[in-house]
Design a protein around this ligand. Structure first.
Ligand SMILES: [Zn+2]
Length: 189
């Protein structure tokens, strides 16, 4: 027999249908009552019903000014397109694919002539949300903590480490230009 308030997942046995009525979020099979959804058990002794109140995880919303962690998935000459993986400091994941866009004019505080020297496909970046109301979400990496926080060698695939103003491969010593964040290799990625 289950307990009031217990967290259950689908298929978990809650009790026998001789003793209880199957309520919301449950189903009956072979004389037993099972959870049909993830959630917490509710026992109503008045009508002797068992039900499961679904646990709804509300995905975090993105707001202007949030720092996000994302991965570059496409590079154009003026634009880097980013898969936003999470909001920095927020454990709950984002709902599905949230896309961001980083225009060349927002890559640094100063002028950038070649976006391919700032980012490469596969780079993990920290970026600040400029406009969360846009689709894709508008991002900037102008700021010392912003920019690439994790990247891999385009030649051999090994890790890159900060080197001068760019990155260098720990294996083959290939040096690659990047817009490197001050928190490269340190943050949550
Ligand atoms: Zn390498």
């Amino acid at each position: 027999m289950t307990e009031e308030g217990k967290f259950v997942t689908p298929g978990e046995s809650l009790g026998i249908s001789e003793e209880f009525m199957p309520g919301y979020g449950t189903y009956e099979e072979d004389g037993s009552i099972f959870a049909a959804v993830s959630g917490t058990v509710k026992i109503d002794m008045r009508d002797r019903s068992l039900s499961v109140a679904p646990k709804v995880s509300v995905p975090p919303e993105i707001h202007d000014g949030d720092i996000i962690i994302g991965k570059i998935w496409e590079m154009k000459s003026q634009l880097a397109l980013v898969d936003i993986l999470k909001i920095k400091g927020v454990e709950r994941g984002l709902p599905g694919n949230v896309r961001g866009a980083l225009h060349i004019s927002k890559a640094r505080a100063g002028y950038v002539s070649d976006l391919s020297k700032e980012f490469t496909i596969g780079d993990v970046i920290a970026a600040r949300v400029v406009d969360a109301g846009r689709e894709p979400v508008e991002l900037t990496t102008a700021g010392r903590d912003l920019g690439v926080v994790k990247a891999f060698c385009s030649r051999c695939g090994a890790s890159l480490e900060p080197f001068k103003r760019g990155l260098r491969c720990v294996e083959c010593r290939n040096v690659e230009p990047r817009n490197v964040s001050d928190i490269y290799g340190k943050g949550e990625v």
